[in-house]
Design a protein around this ligand. Structure first.
Ligand code: BGC
Length: 260
């Protein structure tokens, strides 16, 4: 058993659990705390420390953290649903100092994509898979023949003159008090544009709302099959944990550290 902690930082909640990265199963309870208002770096770091304390894991257990921003060489380079202070921040180093250990630090949707390749709906799928997470924002992972192409920001493509996630995320559905049917119209338009640009072989839909996929996926008419994430909202935790375990060779991992 290769144990690792996965922490998934979102715009609304921060979740963590101990994971068996060989099987992709949670082996502790899942702890979820609200993302502190404003999404400031110190507050988020303190919440992550709190979750790791609650998990009571040994100091030598690898930790993977995923975050809702572009992550390049450990730096956060965007901040759509957290404080703008994250832009350009040495975020990986900040967490490593606070947690007093090395961590693996990646984009949240990329972590979910890696988990779906290893344990879920993208396993052994050839060609282009696009995973989108519908939450506070829209996250995306581009996977070709099982290999992740990191930091695709397809939640921010322009659809009918607007930033896609502002209209089609789950938070947008809630803000506009849309029924599933009303939301599905916006999702239809969004996925049509993705199909026109990328011609994917498979679309996977993750995020908390993916557990209610029967309410909206059947309303969509697309060329590619569109399926719910097999790991539902645990994909980020599982992918971050899997990436933290260094001795794995499974598809989707990429190099342990990016070339500087
Ligand atoms: C961010 C992405 C993130 C997604 C889901 C978007 O607003 O730009 O980096 O993956 O939200 O959290």
């Amino acid at each position: 058993m290769a144990k690792a902690v996965g922490i998934d930082i979102g715009g609304t909640g921060i979740k963590g659990a101990l994971v068996d990265s060989a099987t992709g199963e949670l082996i502790s309870e899942r702890i979820k705390l609200p993302t502190p208002g404003g999404g400031e770096p110190d507050d988020i770091v303190n919440t992550v420390i709190e979750i790791i304390d609650q998990l009571k894991v040994d100091a030598d257990i690898p930790v993977g953290v995923c975050f809702p921003a572009v992550v390049i060489h450990g730096k956060t380079m965007s901040a759509a649903n957290v404080s703008k202070k994250w832009i350009g921040l040495e975020a990986e180093k900040l967490f490593e100092k606070a947690l007093e250990r090395d961590i693996r630090f990646v984009n949240d949707a990329d972590a979910a994509g890696v988990a779906e390749v290893r344990y879920g709906a993208a396993k052994d799928v050839a060609g282009l898979v696009i995973l989108t997470t519908l939450g506070t924002g829209i996250g995306s992972a581009l996977i070709y023949d099982g290999v992740l192409i990191p930091n695709a920001e397809l939640g921010h493509i322009e659809v009918d003159g607007k930033d896609a996630e502002r209209r089609a995320s789950y938070a947008a559905k809630e803000r506009a008090r849309l029924s599933y049917k009303g939301w599905a119209k916006r999702l239809q338009r969004y996925y049509e544009v993705l199909e026109a640009l990328f011609s994917p072989d498979l679309l996977i839909v993750g995020g908390g709302v993916s557990k209610s996929y029967e309410e909206f996926l059947p309303l969509l008419t697309l060329r590619a099959p569109i399926v719910p994430a097999a790991l539902r909202n645990n994909a980020g935790i599982l992918g971050a944990a899997a990436l933290a375990v260094k001795d794995t060779t499974a598809a989707g991992e990429g190099p342990a550290k990016a070339v500087e």
